[in-house]
Design a protein around this ligand. Structure first.
Ligand code: NAP
Length: 388
């Protein structure tokens, strides 16, 4: 066979996970086969309830070993109970492999009903720093001894006047962590010929965390990518864009109204963890269905690709779930391992199928057409890929 064989780990996950992962794998195999780029050797790893049943552990060491070996994994959604029980397996995987950049493309699919009048221009990619900020979980309950100690220290040593009934959370944003996610966003922009990068921050209020994120992102771009970027300020001063990536920044609250009123003006958004979390779902809502979105979690040595949505337990095993989110994650995976032709053929096939109004229930109900099941929808995509 021409091309190479790539090893990719897969985790089926919980709820609708097994159906969307298995069908996405079939579609990926068809696209890779058709492209002549080689093949994928899928290696199964277990996490979530399937792992609990098989190994008595929701995230067994064996799974971590398989991902270490393959370096690339796709993952179905995994259940996380709210407010009790085990910590999120998703968070544990991100930390174990230092997957510091979360990448989420948000592109409008013709046929899906959006809340916007003109959603056609929506084509953004959000880069969210995945390991820093308030998500580090450094916080203490208002009545804990620790919160008391922190309040006492701050009030007596640093002149603050924090009330005795206040809970404490610490926001941490570091230079090195900002630099590395900025590099990933810039390299992606260059490799994918994107037009602009907008740094989203609330630096007017949080000067030394989000303000610093903005400053370090500009600094990294100007020092390390000088010949590939031009800033909005430089353009205002007369510099030519000359095929370069435009770098600008927007204050977080303004960013939300900008992507709603003028989404076609935004391309790549680079944000610290919390802003990135908020803006990803808001941008997803603009295209009308968050169930079609996929994302990547990337580090220097490992990468994991997953749908944005959860396990939708009520649809588990019913052959009604939409596999598009998982499939979108798979196209990112294919681009990551250099199988771009296969990724493009999947995207084209999905659009062609939707244009024919073939859709799973979540989309068909807005189109006013009869829904097809997960398997039939996937078969239609495979048929389009083969027609090529
Ligand atoms: P969810 O599973 O995403 O489901 C929310 C709703 O979105 C569903 O009721 C359904 O809407 C629709 N939906 C989402 N994806 C769909 C698909 N592929 N096909 C058809 N409909 C889809 O969110 P949740 O109910 O908040 O979370 C359930 C569990 O998933 C929780 O345990 C949560 O922790 C977990 N979760 C895991 C991940 C992950 O592993 N990365 C991410 C998010 C959540 P309708 O009811 O309108 O049909």
């Amino acid at each position: 066979m021409a091309g190479t064989e790539k090893e990719v780990a897969f985790i089926r996950g919980d709820g609708i996970g097994p159906e969307i992962v298995d069908n996405s794998k079939r579609i990926v195999d068809a696209a890779v086969g058709k492209s002549g780029a080689g093949s994928i050797r899928w290696v199964e790893a277990y996490a979530g309830s399937a792992a609990e049943e098989k190994f008595g552990n929701r995230l067994p060491d064996q799974t971590l070993e398989i991902i270490k070996r393959c370096k690339v994994a796709i993952k179905g959604p995994i259940e996380t109970p709210v407010g009790k029980g085990f910590t999120s397996i998703n968070v544990r995987l991100r930390l174990a492999f230092d997957l510091y950049a979360n990448i989420r493309p948000v592109k409008y699919f013709p046929g899906i009903v959006s809340p916007l009048k003109k959603p056609e221009g929506i084509d953004m990619v959000i880069f969210r720093e995945n390991t820093d900020d308030l998500y580090r979980g450094i916080e203490w309950k208002y009545d804990s001894a620790e919160a008391g100690k922190v309040r006492d220290f701050l009030n007596s040593e640093l002149g603050t006047d924090i009330e005795s009934d206040a809970g404490i959370g610490i926001k941490v944003i570091g230079k090195a962590k900002t630099q590395r996610v900025t590099r990933i966003a810039l390299n992606y922009a260059i490799n994918h010929r994107r037009k602009s990068i907008t740094i989203m921050h609330k630096g007017n209020i949080m000067k030394y965390t989000e303000g610093a994120f903005r400053e370090w992102a500009y600094e990294t771009a100007e020092k390390e990518f000088r010949d590939r970027i031009v800033t909005e300020q430089e353009v205002a001063n007369g510099a030519s864009r000359d095929g370069k990536i435009l770098l600008n920044d927007r204050i977080a609250d303004n960013m939300f109204q900008q992507i709603i009123t003028r989404p076609d003006e935004y391309d790549i958004i680079l944000a610290p963890n919390l802003n990135g979390d908020y803006v990803s779902d808001a941008a997803g809502a603009l295209i009308g269905n968050i169930g079609v979105l996929g994302g990547a979690n990337i580090g220097d040595n490992y990468a994991m690709f997953e749908a944005v949505h959860g396990t939708v337990p009520k649809y588990a095993g019913m052959d009604v779930a939409n596999p598009m989110g998982m499939l979108s994650a798979c196209t990112l995976m294919l681009e990551h391992i250099g199988m771009d032709v296969a990724a493009t053929s999947i995207k084209k096939a999905v659009s062609a199928v939707l244009e024919e109004k073939i859709a799973t229930k979540d989309i068909a109900r807005f189109l006013g057409t009869e829904a097809v099941g997960t398997k039939e929808f996937s078969d239609s995509i495979i048929a389009k890929i083969k027609e090529g």
